[in-house]
Design a protein around this ligand. Sequence first.
Ligand code: GAR
Length: 209
Amino acid sequence: MLKIVVCVSGGGTNLQAVIDAISNGSITNARLEAVISNNPGAYALERAKAHGIAAFCISPKQFENRESFNQAFLQKVDSFQPDLIVLAGFLVVIPEIMIQQYPNRIINIHPSLIPSFCGTGYYGLKVHEGVLERGVKVTGATVHFVDEGTDTGPIILQKPVQVEEGDTPEVLQRRVMEQAEWNILPKAIDLIANGKVTVKDGKAVVAKV
Ligand code: GAR
């Protein structure tokens, strides 16, 4: 049974998709151990509690400096001995020591087709603003392993989504979530939980199912 810790910062719709997928059996061999937020007001924490999942907030504001926050955050994660850490809208830079401790065991959902509209400064609505500004016709979402760079780790799954005439960043964000994120994040977790994902030469390989 894959033990999962989910890290969140906001609304938690991706967390909800994972909770639902575990309940309805589309994710097998996996259990949600805890949800950790850096933001005390994150609605994601309510979603976790409503489903009886342990929920914690560790905010940088509670600490004197970044180093102490990083230590407390990593300690909390470690306390669950997770097999997989899922960043589901987690807007905190993951401490390097944690990345080294969990190689290819941290995944992130990003709301664009990496390597477009990713990297420093591209998160949440900003990604969709960038897409509309550039005028690309297809965007989407990506699930990838987290390495030392920003959005540079091995890509596990991607799904394209059409940009429509008249889209606002909010409308596009919702479509990308509905048509891509809520689909590929649970799917990636199920594939990992069932041993279908390996990393070879810096690339994720997904076994045919
Ligand atoms: C999602 O769109 C996720 O892809 C994005 O934040 C949103 C969180 O929504 N993540 C990033 O931009 C990471 N770079 P949610 O809290 O409703 O799941």
